[in-house]
Design a protein around this ligand. Sequence first.
Ligand code: SAM
Ligand code: SF4
Length: 342
Amino acid sequence: MSAVHDSAGPTSPLIDPFGRGIEYLRVSVTDRCDFRCVYCMSEHMTFLPKQDLLTLEELDRLCAAFVRRGVRKLRITGGEPLVRKNILWLFNQLGRHLQTGALDELTLTTNGSQLSKYAQDLKAAGVERVNVSIDTLNPQKFRTITRWGDLSTVLRGLDAAQAAGIKVKINAVALKDVNEDEIVDLIRFAHGRGADLTLIETMPLGDIEEDRTSQYLPLSIVRARLMDTFTLIDDPYRTGGPARYVKVKETGGRLGFITPLTHNFCESCNRVRLTCTGTLYMCLGQDDAADLRRPLRASPDDALLDTAIVQAIARKPKGHDFIIDRPSQKPALARHMSVTGG
Ligand code: SAM
Ligand code: SF4
């Protein structure tokens, strides 16, 4: 495979076969969570044995290998990243790449349950922005969707993050018959606190003991309905990711739509995903993956790891092909979102 030779050396940028530069690494630091959101997990999940997890030192080494090769943005996710023991150590370590200028952004996606505890330390580590997932402002509904979560705790976390000077974006999964009547309120709530809101379509990842087709709400419908209430103005703002944005004229805030099922966003994909066991997924919507744990552990220097990373990027597929499989109700991919962190 001549295309995967590391001839340009261990600091050359990662470019995939379709010419897309890989500048964004999402790292799932745990598959565990203190919530059990209905679209993400089943109530009785089997989690990975602790000994299969990479240590925080190993995760740090892996991230450093990607940063050396031009990754400019790291997003820490999970499972719930803030339930991983000692996670602040990792944030503080990764913060050094911000100081050297090698990294533009260190950020995280969280359910917010631990944010009031960690907000100030995260900010001190260099986290300037955080995504917090809130699907409803109704405490009972929040409990129903998350099974175990408490809305007031999450809202306290949101306050703490903003008080610490961290910019917040709120993510909400649009769920048919569950929160579709609340989208206008969620927009007013988020924009009223100076936060962007991004709506996400449910993705068919992992067996969740529920009927996915009953949860699926196309955002094209949501968007059309919102136009009864708001003036939506297309916004060219891009993060290199799947979200497309509008400005809401009446609130002055930004609203994003992540529509993997109704819109193809692969042509500009600049990201790969690392799991807490060191498996690299080159595409959220494909099963192909590369094991980086073996080369990482095989040698204390990074030569084997570098080669494995280059070979993996050479396999990044052109795009995904999500289908919510109606007849069988089976997920399009067996792994849960909590494995790759979205
Ligand atoms: N626990 C953190 C949280 O909830 O923000 C981080 C991990 S969670 C897997 C990341 C994002 O994926 C959340 O915004 C969550 O709502 C979303 N998510 C989980 N399962 C999903 C699914 N099947 N379809 C669409 N989004 C999903
Ligand atoms: Fe946990 Fe996030 Fe999945 Fe909800 S979406 S169960 S908070 S990992």
